[in-house]
Write a protein that binds this ligand. Structure first.
Ligand code: FAD
Ligand code: EPU
Length: 358
């Protein structure tokens, strides 16, 4: 067991903010985690995967637990599915590539999402028309209170759009140790979202495969999203807000051309109201709730490409806030607050941060 004191976290998260942790320890399995927690039974704790969905606004005065639980193992198979158990510390894209090499379907649209497998259920990661809830079988997590190992089924996880029980009822209570996914032997291709079909055509793909879709998604993502190795960011800073059909009708009449698409019935709805921060439950309205494009709303407020010091809004994707080098977490956070207020003022829509603020 190695526990380091006063360690820089700059290289351990993708925003690259220069903050320190009081203590940092890595764990490889349940036993090493228990050992660390026995040595440090009290105080703040933060579980860290790849650090690609975190903004540190200050030093972390507590113990950072870096998850290094490894392993990718097929644990069961039947006629239709292959069940793969993955250690929480495995890189997400490495797992996707593992599935693609075996021609298994279900995660190809989720190619190139940064971070570790253990964080994937935290916000039910999603992209290009897929979310992990569609391939999720179960996970095992360690309870920080009593040290017991608990299994979570699909139902237990209460997945929603960028939501799960781990961000709500069970917040800060569990360390996810492994996740089991259910992959399809006969993939069901989903190419309808965004520019996938155009990209497949551009690539000259004749026979559709999980590999071809993965390559298309990688190409699209690489052209749009900043590479955290080059410029600090945590992907979309805000969620795309979901509003009632009635609210959308008013908004689109006032702002023709506003992009939106029907959302599933979401448990976490944003508001469209005159009062900032007032969450209006719109689930009862007639018609399907609509998901708006936060990037479009932010761009319309004039923020795209904005820069103040080293904190900025990406020039190709207004939903992504960036650190050009030496921004502080507070500067990024303050910029996000200004953006949130301007969108509220112009559209009456309250944005919600996707990134975990520490
Ligand atoms: P971290 O940032 O380390 O942690 C995130 C949260 O989960 C923290 O609260 C942390 O405490 C908690 N946590 C982490 N691991 C565990 C664990 N084992 N047990 C308990 N709690 C844990 N997300 C999408 O959904 N779709 C996208 O398309 C997408 N694109 C992105 C593109 C870029 C360029 C970047 C930088 C980010 C993007 N993201 C996207 C966000 C991010 O990649 C995902 O949220 C990812 O799952 C975070 O994984 P991580 O290991 O880096 O988590
Ligand atoms: N748009 C603008 N201006 C911008 C950015 C986007 O007008 O600066 C418009 C686009 O033209 C398009 C719409 O907004 O009409 C949606 O844009 P895009 O397809 O780029 O997707 P997004 O809504 O910005 C979401 C996810 C991403 C995910 C992509 C692809 C959220 C919060 N973000 O982004 O996830 O990769 O779709 O599925 O749901 C993340 O969560 O970190 C993330 C990157």
């Amino acid at each position: 067991m190695t526990i380091q004191s006063n360690v820089s976290l700059k290289a351990l998260h993708t925003f690259g903010i220069n903050v320190q942790a009081r203590q940092l320890a890595t764990f490889q399995d349940q036993d090493s985690l228990a050992e660390i927690l026995a040595a440090y039974p009290d105080g703040h704790r933060l579980i860290l995967g790849g650090g690609s969905n975190i903004l540190f606004t200050q030093d972390f005065d507590g113990l950072v637990l870096k998850n290094e639980v490894m392993g990718i193992e097929t644990i069961a198979e039947d006629d239709n599915y292959v069940y793969i158990k993955v250690g929480a510390g495995e890189n997400w894209h490495r797992f996707v590539q593992h599935c693609i090499r075996q021609d298994l379907g279900g995660v190809e649209n989720l190619s190139l999402i940064p971070g570790c497998v253990g964080a994937s259920p935290m916000q039910n990661i999603g992209a290009y028309g897929m979310e992990i809830k569609e391939v999720f079988q179960e996970l095992e997590a360690y309870h920080l209170g009593d040290g017991a190992l608990q299994a979570f089924s699909l139902n237990d996880c209460a997945f929603g759009y960028r939501e799960s029980v781990f961000k709500n009822k069970c917040k800060d209570q569990f360390v996810i140790l492994n996740v089991t996914f259910r992959l399809r032997r006969a993939p069901i291709f989903n190419t309808t979202y965004g520019a996938i079909e155009q990209e497949l055509e551009r690539m000259g793909v004749k026979d559709l495969s999980v590999k071809a879709i993965s390559d298309a998604v990688i190409n699209i993502r690489s052209s749009k999203l900043p590479d955290p190795a080059k410029i600090g960011n945590a992907g979309s800073f805000f969620k795309n807000p979901v509003v009632s059909a009635a609210a959308f009708a008013k908004l689109s009449a006032a702002h023709p051309g506003m992009p939106a698409y029907p959302a599933e019935q979401e448990p976490y709805l944003s508001s469209v109201s005159g009062d900032q921060g007032e969450a209006e439950d719109v689930a009862g309205d007639a018609g399907a709730p609509m998901k708006l494009a936060a990037g479009w709303l932010i761009e319309q407020c004039g923020w795209k490409g904005y820069r103040k010091g080293d904190a900025g809004v990406h020039e190709r994707q207004a939903l992504v806030l960036v650190n050009y080098g030496n921004a502080t977490g507070k500067e990024i956070y303050d910029l996000s607050q200004e953006i949130l207020e301007s969108v509220q003022k112009k559209f009456g829509v309250t944005l919600e941060r996707e990134v975990n603020i520490i």
